[in-house]
Write a protein that binds this ligand. Sequence first.
Ligand code: GDP
Length: 362
Amino acid sequence: GFKCGIVGLPNVGKSTLFNALTRAGVPSANYPFCTIDPHVGIVEVPDPRLKRLAELAKPEKILPTTIEFVDIAGLVAGASKGEGLGNKFLAHIREVDAIAHVVRCFEDPNVTHVAGRVSPRSDIETIETELALADLDTVEKAWSRASARAKSGSKDDIRMRELLERVRSHMNSGAPLRALDLGTEERQMLKPLCLLTDKPTMYIANVSETGFRDNPLLDEVRAIAEAEGAVVVPVSAAIEAELADLEGEERQAFLADMGLEEAGLDRVIRAGYALLGLITFFTVGPKEVRAWTVRAGSAAPQAAGVIHTDFERGFIRAEVIAYDDYLRAGGESGAREAGKLRLEGKDYRVQDGDVMHFRFNV
Ligand code: GDP
């Protein structure tokens, strides 16, 4: 699955948020084969298009797609030197595809702040510094290897050494790797190093119940994020924890009472999905209407392979209707009559919202 890691200093609200995500989340009966790791939560991706499709197709079941959130506790200043859970923590971050950095933007005298005061800028710097130091360590080791090998004169090793020197001097200035302008090939060369500061990152600003507006702490996070071109999702973990226990009318009433249109978790999940670079395609039938996930830019056979490896191996072609066409034509047969059903081959790039049906050889 695609994984988004939740990081942040202690006591910023990571676990509160993670627990709300998993509780609101998924009836585990839907995913019987998934291993139960308490730090990994499978979360359904809210998508209003599923309901529209189901109104037309009237299936027995509606199945949303999912992503995984991983609660990565234990980052403290000094982690890169092995403080706290140090190395274990860093190893967990290496395994995720994107990072959601929770930043404390609420004051509460009852909740201790590890640095003694609430300061988003210094909290963000603390975390970024640890990740950057860990990366510098990795880069230094890789540089030693490349430079030893470069002595025998292989072109690739020389290029790698030079690239690592550029990366090192960039990161020595304190900047994350994702801020360095690199070509596709250079990114590819660095990929095996699994550098932490290269992962797409967003900020989750954990605000108090009244902290969505006129909140200098939130503004501070926004300013930092804007400079990096990163997304900020303001939520109140405390509100989400309460919401996660409510359903139906009670839930609507609570949201209305708080002046909110939707649960903050929905925004967190959607932002995570976008951050991971994912798009959704649908399969529609009388048994089920279902959303599936592929990386943006995937070709049709890869999408087929998400459903079943046989579909990918024996891929012949895909029947594709764009979501808007499907809706406008009132379903598949209407879309077919309107000439909106396309036959696409193996080079077709799947578009977000495609309603797909695969033809394959077994
Ligand atoms: P973590 O260490 O980052 O996982 O933080 P926790 O989720 O365990 O939260 C630390 C403490 O802060 C707990 O006592 C939470 O109840 C409290 N907390 C979390 N979110 C909020 C919030 O939005 N407002 C307030 N006032 N307290 C919160």
